[in-house]
Design a protein around this ligand. Structure first.
Ligand SMILES: [Zn+2]
Length: 346
């Protein structure tokens, strides 16, 4: 790793400390940060834009990140370190990371497809690196052109690389279980396979497990079953949920995950999203709808809904061919609605 550059490494150390503090801060926050019961994480800049044919200008991406961070979203996956020849949308990954890490109190994460991606993440000072392995062997081959076992070996090498840094300078390393709730190539995925993969990733040193319904096959009963099984082996680290709303079950799946005690949820503004290697996949669950539902349930997200809707509006104006989803943006807030977070902060 090119750790010789003083600037990025110093910056990285500063933000890495924040990232670690934030991750374990639920229920134990100081007065300077908003109390949060649930952490919502924006993934639209990566998951949403990766299949979008038009390049979103770097300045528009940074404006989106800044606006959503100011609205109260505390973690944003800002890009992916895939080669630009594979996905041109991420050709500006370095500039987006540089800009995002200037923002105070934001956990900046990026998707890393391999060891090379991890090296870039470390050099740029990203707070958190998100690695993904598909539980479905076929999906893994199609997605990253490697066998699942090779992806697991690569993850071990990434953790070893991170361990070469002093402890207080290490970024978080998240491990996503793609297609954990169904695969468009293999169909049903056995729960035992999901648990097996989670155990392997934890043994290798994952700081977090993300259970992903990559192609939107999940239903709430299945989510309960899979989450309980994963929590059975991963109770010592944060376990997050990443749902797509392909078949209209996204928010129902969130409530099922909440029932299991899950506190971390991925979503994308306007429901942008999909997977280029999963035929039929559409958007992530809609960030605005997720935040509204959680807030209405009395769960504090730290997100100001009006500011989030404003962010959505400006983001939609930055590219003319974006197709946005979302019920809250269509219907507006209910008459007399009082945000849980704001009511408690008042
Ligand atoms: Zn996804």
């Amino acid at each position: 790793m090119n750790a010789g550059a003083d600037g990025p490494v110093r910056q990285f150390a500063r933000f890495a400390r924040f990232a670690r503090a934030d991750f374990f801060s639920i229920g134990n926050q100081d007065m300077s940060t908003p109390q949060r019961d649930i952490i919502v994480r924006e993934v639209g800049l990566r998951d949403g834009l990766q299949i979008h044919p038009t390049f979103m200008p770097t300045a528009s991406k940074l404006a989106w990140i800044k606006s959503e961070a100011l609205a109260g979203v505390s973690e944003i996956e800002v890009t992916s370190f895939v080669p630009p020849k594979l996905i041109a949308q991420f050709a500006d990954a370095s500039d987006v990371c540089h800009g995002a890490i200037q923002l105070k109190d934001l956990v900046v994460s990026a998707l890393i497809p391999n060891l090379k991606g991890a090296q870039r993440g470390l050099e740029l000072g990203v707070n958190k690196l998100n690695y993904v392995v598909s539980v479905s062997q076929t999906h893994n081959l199609k997605n990253v052109r490697r066998a699942r076992a090779e992806s697991m070996a690569d993850f071990k090498a990434i953790v070893e690389l991170i361990k070469t840094l002093p402890k207080d300078q290490r970024p978080f390393i998240g491990a996503g279980l793609s297609t954990a709730l169904g695969c468009s190539y293999e169909g049903k995925i056995a729960v035992s396979e999901v648990v097996f993969c989670a155990e392997q990733l934890l043994e290798a040193g994952a700081d977090e497990i993300v259970v992903c319904d990559t192609v939107g096959y999940a239903n709430p009963a299945q989510v309960r079953q899979v989450m309980k099984a994963v929590l059975g082996v991963a109770a010592h680290v944060p376990v997050a949920a990443h749902f797509h709303d392909t078949r209209g079950t996204g928010l129902a799946n969130v409530t099922a995950a909440l029932d299991c005690g899950i506190k971390y949820f991925d979503a994308s503004l306007g429901g942008l999203g999909g997977c280029p290697f999963a035929p039929g996949a559409s958007g992530n669950i809609v960030m605005e709808d997720l935040c509204f539902m959680l807030d209405a349930m009395g769960l504090r997200t730290g997100v100001n809904l009006d500011a989030l809707l404003t962010t959505r509006q400006s983001m939609s104006e930055s590219l003319s061919d974006l197709k946005l989803h979302g019920a809250l943006a269509r219907a507006g807030l209910p008459h007399g609605f009082v945000s849980t977070w704001e009511a408690m902060a008042a």
